[in-house]
Design a protein around this ligand. Structure first.
Ligand SMILES: [Zn+2]
Length: 410
């Protein structure tokens, strides 16, 4: 087995960019650290003999093969959440680069291969802005409206980084120019480690629905209002959240997830009965029907609880994303390559979304997971052992060779 020494050297070099003295990494999209990471990547790609450029949105694209035949694209992202780890995203880009480097060295694959680092996977300016620009699904009209949590606009950030936001639409690619998209990524969950397996082949990326729920009761004096006369919006919320969890747990789908992530209490004072609570919740599954039935059951539950607690209710669905199944042919190619290399693997769903979730709606796509220690991610403790990384990179290389051989035969 290849020890992935070159990949590891790249990883160590990249880990110097955006490392925080207080721990963890911070490479928010289009920040100086993020730009330095992308510049560094393009430079490494050029040294490896690839042609390397930024597209009009700032995605970094390195290409092996000069002709216009459809390319096999290997990608992920170099940005991180603030205080995140060194592996999320970076690993997939660097593994792609390592595979391209091996293909340059062997010189025996003539199918074009691209390695892409998508900007803003972590969503500083909105979900997957880089891969959405790449696939032509980032509505141009919205670019001026996108801002980060501090109010910095995407337009401003792009200009600071040397890109012209007015030209962003030119980043959109023709799907006919891409035959397959493969992304190696850390699992960011505990399943592979629990199973003692080095590799996971993703079946589908979970879809989701988000609901905004508002219980409106009445603010009263916490000392004088009798318990039986209150219209306590938080009491309604507590009952609702508890029963929502039961509903998710009782569902027949074992891949269903439900989370109340936002609770805003008004007036949020110790001596006032809460008059209003605004909740945000999300439901995810690779099974669209399970998301749908849970969302509808949750709406019913909200009506029931609001009535019970004398509250008015506003409940609306604010976001829906269908699950994205990974391409069966590509999953098969990854499985066959893993088997050929004697690597044990399992099929598993991805609860987290990835650039592959955007690419999967555009071109045939698949993902390869490596284990996350303790299932941790988006934190400085994020870690994956080098043995499964080296194995996964070998599987990625073997899969590219397998796909290239098929395209030659076709
Ligand atoms: Zn990631």
């Amino acid at each position: 087995m290849n020890e992935a020494a070159a990949l590891r050297a790249d990883f160590d070099a990249l880990a110097e960019i955006g490392r925080r003295p207080e721990g963890g990494w911070a490479r928010p999209a289009f920040s100086p650290a993020d730009c330095a990471a992308h510049d560094w990547f393009l430079e490494r790609a050029r040294l490896a003999g690839l042609s390397a450029r930024y597209d009009a949105f700032g995605n970094a694209v390195a290409r092996l093969g000069a002709d216009n035949r459809p390319a096999i694209v290997l990608g992920s992202h170099l940005d991180t959440v603030v205080g995140g780890g060194a592996f999320d995203g970076a690993l997939g880009v660097l593994a792609g680069l390592d595979v391209a480097r091996r293909l340059v060295a062997s010189g025996d694959v003539d199918t074009p291969v691209e390695v892409v680092a998508f900007r803003d996977e972590e969503g500083r300016f909105g979900p997957f802005t880089g891969s959405r620009a790449f696939t032509g699904t980032l509505p141009l009209g919205t670019i001026d409206k996108l801002r980060d949590a501090d109010g910095v606009s995407l337009v401003e950030a792009m200009r600071m980084a040397g890109f012209d936001p007015a030209a962003a639409a030119e980043a959109a690619r023709d799907p006919a120019g891409i035959s397959a998209y493969l992304e190696l990524h850390i699992e960011q969950g505990p399943v592979l480690e629990e199973q003692g397996l080095p590799l996971g082949i993703v079946t589908a990326i979970a879809g989701q629905e988000r609901l905004a729920v508002r219980f409106v009761g009445r603010s009263d004096h916490a000392g004088t209002a009798p318990m039986n006369l209150r219209r306590d919006a938080f009491a309604a919320t507590a009952r609702f959240a508890d029963r929502f969890r039961d509903l998710v747990l009782a569902d027949e789908s074992k891949t269903l997830r439900g989370t109340v992530g936002i609770v805003n209490l008004l007036p949020n004072q110790g001596n006032v009965v809460p008059g209003e609570v605004r909740l945000g919740l999300e439901i995810r599954d690779i099974d669209q029907a399970a998301v749908e039935r849970t969302a509808r059951a949750t709406e019913k539950l909200a009506v029931e609880v609001a009535e019970q607690f004398g509250c008015e209710l506003k409940c609306r669905s604010i976001h829906k994303d269908a699950p994205v199944p990974m391409d069966t042919g590509l999953r098969g190619a990854l499985e066959a390559s893993a088997r050929e290399l004697g690597a044990a693997s399992m099929a598993l769903p991805s609860g987290a979304n990835h650039d592959a979730g955007v690419m999967g709606r555009f071109v045939p796509s698949a993902m390869l997971f490596v284990p996350s220690r303790d299932g941790r991610s988006h934190c400085p403790e994020e870690h994956t052992d080098w043995q499964p990384i080296a194995l996964a990179t070998d599987v990625l290389e073997a899969t590219v060779r397998r796909l290239a051989a098929t395209s030659r035969a076709a």
